[in-house]
Design a protein around this ligand. Structure first.
Ligand SMILES: [Zn+2]
Length: 270
């Protein structure tokens, strides 16, 4: 569901939002200091002056009552690396702007340390064990094929002793099956990882395939042992034409888009 706070509009998953002790959000296009008119909300360092990105996070931090210097982000590389955020690296790219960590998933058990990933169609996956640990995943097609969400669920057990059955997850806004058109080679890679027929559609006229990326992420989580009833789903597509006013879309704007959205999750104060 969408929630407006001053100039900011944030999306939150209903199931995850109903839990106490954990916070999360997904940003939308407006309410920041980015873009030509200075009203867009971009969280991508690659898109503009990092000072604007920091200012946008300051706006978020103030709206959500979070410490700016604890926001922790990574350099996303479409891999399957899960990084544990310890005190040494809490604040990477914001409180400790010199730290550059390459990864696509973050986990932590430290309260008030928002884990932040950036998205422009790639699926955000929020994972939490109430009062114990949280994880934030950036799952594009490569990461999805490499089972990054399943590997993050495993890391929650390995690092914090949290079993998959104890987790609550949410699959946030990302590209839908109607919009995610792929070529044969990408289809082959995804199909190897997900043999389920209903994740794919072939269009013989265009000789293209379509893949259900959020659906594949859902399978990654359930295969890893997460209870399907504990996974929030049904978030809007970032690429569908009717959502262009709400979200940036790498696909929809053909790579010319002015920004990326931010997804974050954190444990409230212990
Ligand atoms: Zn769509």
């Amino acid at each position: 569901m969408f929630e407006t706070k001053g100039k900011l509009t944030l999306y939150r998953d209903e199931l995850l939002g109903s839990l106490e002790g954990v916070g999360h959000f997904f940003t939308t296009r407006y309410g920041g200091v980015s873009g030509l008119n200075g009203n867009l909300f971009n969280v991508s360092f690659g898109k503009e002056d990092p000072k604007n990105v920091a200012e946008n996070i300051r706006i978020l931090a103030a709206a959500e009552g979070l410490p700016f210097e604890r926001f922790t982000a990574v350099r996303q590389v479409h891999g399957d690396t899960v990084v544990r955020v310890t005190e040494d690296i809490a604040g990477a790219r914001f409180g400790k702007p010199d730290l550059l960590i390459e990864a696509d998933a973050l986990i932590t058990d430290i309260p008030l340390t928002p884990l932040l990933t950036t998205h422009g169609d790639c699926v955000p996956v929020f994972i939490c064990a109430k009062n114990r640990a949280v994880a934030m995943v950036h799952s594009g097609w490569r990461g999805t094929a490499a089972n990054i969400s399943g590997k993050t669920v495993e890391a929650m057990d390995r690092e914090f002793g949290v079993k998959p059955s104890e987790l609550t997850c949410a699959i946030g806004p990302g590209i839908c099956k109607k919009c995610f058109e792929i070529d044969g080679p990408v289809y082959e890679i995804l199909r190897d990882a997900f043999p389920e027929d209903d994740l794919f559609r072939y269009d013989p006229v265009r000789n293209k395939y379509f893949a259900d990326l959020p659906g594949a992420v859902f399978l990654s989580l359930t295969r890893a042992g997460v209870d399907p009833e504990r996974i929030g789903r049904g978030a809007p597509c970032t690429c569908c034409r009717e959502n262009r006013d709400v979200f940036f879309s790498y696909r929809g704007e053909k790579g010319t888009n002015e920004g990326l959205m931010g997804a974050a999750i954190w444990l409230e104060k212990a």
